[in-house]
Design a protein around this ligand. Structure first.
Ligand code: AMP
Ligand code: MN
Ligand code: MN
Ligand code: MN
Length: 280
């Protein structure tokens, strides 16, 4: 029997908030049966060269990717760039502005945690982070380790979310800029994990309308942990908006046993997988 190609088009290394190096991420992907892996670190592409180099010696195709943090009204949404040229100037300048913002934001998170009686959060979180970016998951690891929360899940219920200590409303890139950087870098813009945004159906459709007008071409129909009904809903959105369907685990760490590289639901037959557009 012909076995199907396994695509995992959303993953993180320790260049952003994943726990494996780009090299070890690629190794693990091969172990888990992934044939095509996109490395999509938050707001940075520094891991791509290492991952691509590791992939050269292995039976795996590496897709250059990035996951860009975007503010859309009062919402934070994530836009994946797939098959980008990581060297492209406008993209790199854009990502740099986001990472610069992250520095001040991390200081503000720490100040707010301090007001809630938690000392040393900035230094504590930095231990878990690369030089490239500091994010909430690094703070979460610090908070668990310092005994302020029982696990990562607990952190994101009690800290750094709306109305909780350490919350800082994000001021990320505009949707327009993020999509345009991706296009300028020769890539395809894909809306990441749409079901995770706490948006009404109407609002999500408005997001997809704008995204499409700006030149976005894809939507993540399959994500790491998902209900079957969600897949159906996202598949019909993909078709309604004539967007390619993408799939990715959003793998961050072997510690999270719920999410694994290559462990994904299959793509519904009704949609057009984004890799159909890659055939030359
Ligand atoms: P940031 O971009 O710094 O705001 O951090 C966002 C990251 O935090 C996401 O990419 C996830 O890695 C992590 N995160 C957010 N919410 C949760 C959650 N409920 N459980 C686990 N990780 C989360
Ligand atoms: Mn993350
Ligand atoms: Mn995301
Ligand atoms: Mn992600």
């Amino acid at each position: 029997m012909l076995s199907m190609t396994c695509y995992d088009l959303h993953s993180h290394s320790n260049v952003s908030d994943g726990s494996l190096s780009p090299t070890n991420l690629v190794k693990r992907a091969v172990d888990k049966g992934v044939d095509v892996l996109a490395l999509t670190d938050h707001d940075g592409t520094e891991g791509i060269a290492l991952a691509a180099n590791a992939a050269k010696e292995m039976p795996l195709d590496l897709v250059s990717g990035v996951e860009i943090s975007v503010s859309w009204g009062s919402n934070t949404v994530h836009i994946l760039g797939l098959r980008i040229d990581p060297q492209q100037l406008e993209l790199q300048q854009g990502l740099k502005t986001i990472r610069d913002y992250r520095v001040g934001r991390a200081e503000e998170i720490a100040r707010r945690l301090q007001k809630a009686g938690i000392e040393g959060a900035l230094e504590g979180a930095s231990i878990y982070a690369s030089k490239v970016m500091l994010g909430r998951l690094h703070f979460a690891k610090f908070l668990v380790n310092a005994g302020h929360a029982k696990d990562i899940n607990d952190v994101f219920k009690r800290f750094m979310v709306r109305n909780k200590p350490g919350y800082v409303p994000g001021q990320w890139a505009s949707l327009e800029n993020a999509v345009s950087w991706i296009i300028q870098a020769g890539g395809q813009a894909v809306i990441a994990h749409p079901a995770r945004y706490k948006m009404t159906a109407t609002k999500l459709r408005r997001l997809l309308t704008e995204f499409k007008e700006l030149g976005g071409v894809g939507i993540e129909v399959i994500s790491g942990r998902q209900h079957p009904e969600e897949i159906k809903r996202l598949a019909s959105l993909a078709n309604d908006f004539e967007l390619f369907a993408s799939c990715g685990s959003d793998f961050h760490s072997p510690d999270n046993t719920w999410v694994e590289l290559g462990r994904l639901n299959s793509m519904p037959n009704s949609v057009t997988p984004i890799w159909f557009s890659w055939r030359s």
